[in-house]
Design a protein around this ligand. Sequence first.
Ligand SMILES: [Ca+2]
Ligand SMILES: [Ca+2]
Length: 375
Amino acid sequence: MGRINMIIVMLVIIVVGNSFSSLQRNAENMSEAMNEYYREFQVKSMGAFALNYGIQKLQTGDVLVGDQEVVWYTPNFNLYDTNIDSIRFIPGVGDTIKVLPYVQGTYQGQTLNRESSATLGFHIAQPEEQFAYYMLDDAIGAVASDSSGMGYNGTLTNMNNSDWVTGVDGYGLEFDGENDYIYLGEDIAREYEDKLTVCCWIKTDSRTHQNWGNIITENSDGNGNQITGFTLRDKVHFQGNSKNHRVEFEFEMTTTSGKEKVSLTVYNGEMDLLGWHYVAGIFNPEAQTITVGIVDEDIWAVSNLSANALPWRSLTSNITIGSIDGGGNGQGKKSGMYGTMDAVRLIADAMTPEELRMLMLYHGVKKPKLVEWKI
Ligand SMILES: [Ca+2]
Ligand SMILES: [Ca+2]
């Protein structure tokens, strides 16, 4: 190889070599930028996921937000080097909730924190299959207006203006446990066929009432006999040792397979027996269960139904709130409950505990809609 050629080869090596190393340096810079981008993408994705997850929790009613901020911790939520530490739900101006997931990621030993946020507004929907809703805010007169849109206004029977008292919201009605009732008519009893939920606020009177008192009941023959239909009822005991003071609730349905019922007893100390409680009876032939529960205390009793048990219907059924129509005189199952009621609903569907909690808290099923969000 000649001298000139040698020089050319050396130059080529130097030039190419330099180019390679500068290429390598560029690649290093590139991959760092890529990593940075990827890491940010990862944390942002997790933030977006957490946000979605939080919104979904609100939609399904798994997280319920009242006046207070709710912090929901998610200790095992990890993906690669990123995890959702917690999601905060903060009640905002008007009827809005801010959802703030707190996401943590680690990169090369460094901890990265990130907050995403979304603001949700709400609209309150009434249950689709609701066929009667008595807010009992009429305050005067002999009519309990139905707010369901179905027009099943009730008629106060053996009651007067002094029975309109303070309720949970606005007014409620006080029942004497003897002959006070609201008559809802016969047509209303045909509004459900299989599934049924009845629920209302109840404040028990402090008098002992050892017989079952009807809260809401279907009466099959106009004489107070329970040949067909359903009954949500209670029984209260406030005598003797206060440890034995108790309230019992029972939900019963007459079905094609016979009487199906479920009951629960709550003793003094387990809850304030004389406070307001949101009580529900649920008949669900699809799940083959009958349920009675105290929604605000999250106390439930569930029984299994016989196979193919469906409500047994009668064309002459009527529904009453309080005492039973045609029965009365304070005897056994024909008597009414002692105490005050508010917000009575009848729904031809089997509501879940979450849906019932929403009905209790928001006077309807709360459906979130997105107002703004930032990842
Ligand atoms: Ca009366
Ligand atoms: Ca009311």
